[in-house]
Design a protein around this ligand. Structure first.
Ligand SMILES: Nc1nc2c(ncn2[C@@H]2O[C@H](COP(=O)(O)OP(=O)(O)OP(=O)(O)O)[C@@H](O)[C@H]2O)c(=O)[nH]1
Ligand SMILES: [Zn+2]
Length: 197
């Protein structure tokens, strides 16, 4: 992908505002190292929020295949980086997604793309988890979906309470995953050793 095409309208204005922010933080924006920084930050922030201009439902429906398989499909250890909407600091970790098809499956990479799109928006972990689940449920109409997200929040590590090792786990599910047995099957498969592969 050509990175130039990723940038959206308002880039110049964003850079102007970052220049003001740097000055308000006490920096000399004329010094060599900082001359291009406002534009660099503007571009970086547009990349980190590119999910606003992407449609996760379309990603799934573009790769929908009719298939009789109706056992659990699990895509685990999907790395993601997002930004908390409270402090605009990163939170990052892994998402694990399971669904039970109901006549249709989607391309495996599309599940990871859905995670990618929702995580490239300002988020809280709970909403990220729920949005991934809802998107798969409302697009594929499977027998059930479950999403587990494990993450570290830099707003809790670098500032504030300053806890380096705490991990937040969130989960959401629908349909067949309302049964404890089905959730257990997913959780057991999650704990399995994928390093064997
Ligand atoms: N539920 C939830 N909270 C989050 C998430 N990311 C950050 N937070 C929390 O958002 C809260 C915001 O609380 P406030 O008291 O308004 O902000 P604050 O004074 O900066 O809070 P501290 O981080 O405790 O210093 C903090 O407790 C953060 O830990 C998230 O994904 N989900
Ligand atoms: Zn935060």
């Amino acid at each position: 992908m050509n990175p130039e095409t990723e940038y959206r309208e308002g880039l110049e204005e964003l850079a102007e505002n970052y220049k003001n922010i740097l000055q308000l933080l006490g920096e000399d924006t004329a010094r060599e190292g900082l001359q291009k920084t406002p534009m660099r930050v503007a571009k970086a922030m547009q990349v980190l929020t590119r999910g606003y201009t992407q449609d996760p439902h379309k990603v799934l429906t573009d790769a929908l295949f009719e298939e009789k398989y109706n056992q659990m499909v699990i895509v685990k250890d999907i790395d993601f980086f997002s930004m908390c909407e409270h402090h605009m600091l990163p939170f990052y970790g892994k998402a694990h997604v399971a669904y039970i098809p109901n006549g249709y499956i989607t391309g495996l990479s599309k599940i990871a793309r859905v995670v990618d799109i929702y995580s490239h928006r300002l988020q809280v972990q709970e909403r990220l988890t729920q949005q991934i689940k809802d998107c798969i449920q409302n697009t594929l109409h499977p027998l059930g979906v479950m999403v587990v997200v494990e993450a570290k929040h830099m707003c809790m590590q670098m500032r504030g309470v300053e806890k380096q090792n705490s991990i937040t786990t969130t989960s959401d599910f629908s349909g067949a995953f309302r049964q404890a047995k089905t959730r257990e099957e997913f959780m057991n498969l999650l704990r399995g050793e994928s390093k064997k592969i």
